[in-house]
Design a protein around this ligand. Structure first.
Ligand code: FAD
Length: 289
């Protein structure tokens, strides 16, 4: 099924993100995670892709496992920052062969290693979207950043580029994580003002350990609201308490989103079915109303 049909079904949809294993030996473990996550009956499941095209076989393999073994619609991520056209075409053919119809088309982060060769075929995610459009009947999604992409010259410019994504075949947008829903509402208002009315899938990260908090602060530029900081300050040293508080915070964020008309939420699960499961359990009556 195409994800755009799910996003427009008028129901409350919760989807989950997984990352693929790094080495072949971990594949069996990853497939167990897929199976556990599938038991939660998410609307669809996405699987990430290495920025430099590393590990892409496992992305296709896990997408295949999600959809063709566990019967859940799969969304395969695909990045182009260090891949040339023949490689991208090869992955598209593999996805078609597995009947994977949905792709989240991304540029990928610029490699920190200067020896990694940047793509000469593609510069931005929109270039990849145009390529995908030419090479099959895929439903294409893209990334968006309610707090602006860190490299972007301005908030306004970042939104203008989303318009180019829409014109390049992008049918929906999934957001970077955010911890203050007002930031998302403000962003959605600005998109509409610019005439961008693609379905927005709100990306929610349950922050359940101190390591994640440090990583978020140093990498993503995502703001930590005072309410979240207070929780982290109080509970980060106590793993069980932090996990419980992180699940509660994510649950509350999702309830507020649903109550305010954001029907589609994507959980960054960090491959932890128990955390995604507890959130789904907290929302059981809400999702199935
Ligand atoms: P782009 O849309 O190309 O944007 C990159 C920068 O260029 C931005 O600053 C933007 O403002 C600017 N820009 C965009 N279009 C234009 C244009 N036409 N002209 C000029 N400037 C432009 N990374 C991975 O490696 N693997 C994954 O699986 C993965 N999944 C992700 C899923 C989600 C939902 C999100 C939000 C991010 C994900 N990322 C992933 C991270 C992502 O690759 C990085 O954030 C990356 O730096 C930007 O990717 P993009 O697709 O948004 O790039």
């Amino acid at each position: 099924m195409k994800i755009i049909e799910i996003l427009k079904n008028g129901k409350l949809n919760v989807s989950c993100e997984l990352f693929p294993p790094k080495m072949g030996s971990e594949l069996i473990k990853a497939k167990t995670v897929v199976k556990e996550m599938a038991k939660l009956s998410p609307s669809y499941m996405s699987v990430t892709y290495g920025a430099g095209g590393t590990n892409c076989e496992n992305t296709v393999e896990i997408a295949d496992e999600i959809q063709n073994v566990n019967g859940i619609t799969a969304l395969a991520h695909l990045t182009c920052v260090a891949s040339e056209r023949p490689k991208i075409k090869e992955v598209l053919t593999e996805l078609k062969n597995k009947n994977i119809q949905n792709i989240l088309a991304l540029r990928g982060d610029l490699p920190a290693d200067p020896s990694v060769k940047l793509s000469t075929s593609y510069q931005h995610a929109c270039d990849l979207m145009q390529e995908i459009k030419k090479n099959g009947d895929f439903c294409i999604g893209g990334a968006c950043y309610p707090e602006s992409h860190p490299e972007s010259p301005s908030y306004e410019k970042d939104i203008e580029y989303l318009k180019i994504k829409a014109e390049s075949g992008c049918e929906f947008l999934t957001t970077q994580m955010f911890f203050d829903n007002n930031i998302l509402y403000n962003f959605m208002f600005r998109l509409l003002k610019k005439g961008i009315d693609l379905p927005i899938v709100a990306g929610i990260m349950p922050v359940t350990n101190a390591k994640q908090i440090n990583r978020i602060c140093s990498l993503s530029g995502t703001a930590l609201p005072p309410r979240f900081r207070a929780i982290a300050d109080k509970f980060a040293h106590n793993p069980a308490a932090m996990k419980q508080a992180g699940i509660a915070y994510a649950t509350e964020q999702m309830i507020d989103l649903f109550a305010n008309g954001v029907n589609n939420v994507h959980i960054y699960t960090m491959n932890q079915p128990d955390i995604a499961g507890q959130i789904m359990q907290n929302l059981s009556e809400i999702i199935h109303q």
